[in-house]
Design a protein around this ligand. Structure first.
Ligand SMILES: [Fe+2]
Ligand SMILES: [Fe+2]
Length: 395
């Protein structure tokens, strides 16, 4: 059913959308084809003449109507256009380039827009086949800090135990802040063609915003002052902000740091002395496992394509270790707070138990790091050496 070569606009003028009917009728005609346009709008002739000129069609007035002769300009506009890859994640291209800019992936991109450069424009530098699934999972797992935690749950802690919890929460907040800033910075540097990667990082940043929220709330819950922030811990976190390379930054942050934090949060979920601290660390741990999964997935993808990457990963760990050589790493206050939480009482036997629990935690952290390093293709002995060079600050 093709539109007629005669079109009657009735009372509709070009000031109220008549161009849609005219364009639809013209699109059915070949270049040079005639369209007889009729209508009762008093301004139709004047408007049609101007509109035809602006669209590259010819206009011929006759007694009862006006004839438009289809020009070639509307074809020409799309001559140089190209598809920005395909809509599906499997249709991402290796190098989207600057001319596609912000166009939706799969859109037909008109030539001539402003070029838009992103620092990271290569698929292999950011992509993971897992990204679309991880994003969907992350979006489905968002929890509300106000309702996911029963902030009025009753508990009663001795002041020193409460202080230990507050110290650990204070430490967690500063670590979560770097975990928020690092993906947020990269987010704006990656070509939006790889949108599932941007979506994963955006939700990751939102996760960290909630972690900051719940840890800070638990720290202040009983109205006491926050704990200390040691210089060594902050020095360690600062090195994460200084890493400009996406692969190296996500290796240090997500694989080694957040991987180590999975063990820490698991420890806190077990040993925290109150239901709120246990709950918030449980919620954060679920999110962190996704962050680690994405870091691992895109590095596993990249290391297969570029085996030399392993050497750069190794060098990044060594560089960070050297930069932190003169710092204490984990602050004594945080270490002691972990022992006190795991001890749960002030007897020598309880402190011994707490100390042993923290030693076991550190061993578990090391094993987790080695396991992930081996998955990235490092030989066992090298994985063990690199794991040992990881910051004592855990993150
Ligand atoms: Fe977090
Ligand atoms: Fe995280």
């Amino acid at each position: 059913m093709s539109p007629p070569a005669i079109i009657d606009l009735e009372d509709l003028g070009l000031d109220r959308g008549a161009h849609l009917l005219i364009e639809r009728a013209l699109s059915a005609l070949p270049v040079g084809g005639h369209l007889d346009v009729r209508g009762r709008d008093p301004a139709l002739g004047v408007h049609l003449r101007a509109w035809a000129r602006s669209r590259g069609h010819s206009y011929v007035e006759s007694q009862a109507s006006a004839i438009l002769i289809r020009g070639a300009a509307d074809h020409a506009r799309w001559d140089q256009a190209e598809r920005a890859g395909g809509a599906a994640p499997s249709e991402t291209v290796a190098r989207p380039g600057a001319s596609w800019g912000l166009a939706a992936r799969g859109a037909l991109v008109e030539a001539g827009g402003p070029p838009l450069h992103f620092d990271i424009e290569e698929k292999d530098l950011v992509w993971a086949e897992l990204a679309p699934r991880l994003y969907a999972q992350a979006a489905a797992s968002q929890w509300d800090p106000a309702t996911a935690v029963d902030w009025s749950a009753p508990f009663d802690l001795a002041p020193e135990i409460e202080a230990a919890v507050v110290q650990v929460m204070t430490y967690l907040v500063e670590n979560e802040q770097v975990a928020l800033i690092v993906p947020a910075r990269f987010l704006g540097r990656i070509h939006p063609h790889f949108r599932e990667v941007l979506q994963v990082l955006a939700v990751q940043a939102a996760d960290e915003a909630r972690h900051i929220d719940v840890f800070a709330r638990r720290a202040s819950l009983r109205g006491g002052p926050l704990g200390v922030s040691g210089a060594g811990g902050r020095a360690s976190l600062a090195t994460l902000l200084e890493e400009p390379d996406f692969a190296l930054a996500s290796f240090l942050l997500s694989v080694l740091g957040e991987g180590t934090f999975l063990s820490l949060l698991g420890f806190l979920e077990t040993y925290a002395p109150d239901p709120i601290a246990r709950r918030v660390t449980h919620l954060a741990r679920q999110d962190e496992s996704r962050h680690v999964a994405f870091g691992m997935a895109h590095l596993e993808h990249q290391v297969v394509l570029d085996p030399a990457l392993r050497g750069r990963l190794r060098a990044a760990v060594e560089r960070r270790h050297d930069a932190l050589l003169d710092t204490v790493g984990l602050n004594q206050e945080v270490f002691d707070a972990l022992v006190i939480m795991a001890a749960g009482a002030w007897t020598p036997a309880a402190i011994a138990r707490g100390y042993a629990a923290v030693a076991a935690l550190q061993a578990e952290m090391g094993e987790g790091r080695q396991r992930r390093l081996v998955r990235l293709g490092f030989p066992h002995d090298e994985a063990s050496t690199l794991s040992a060079l990881h910051t004592r600050n855990f993150m």
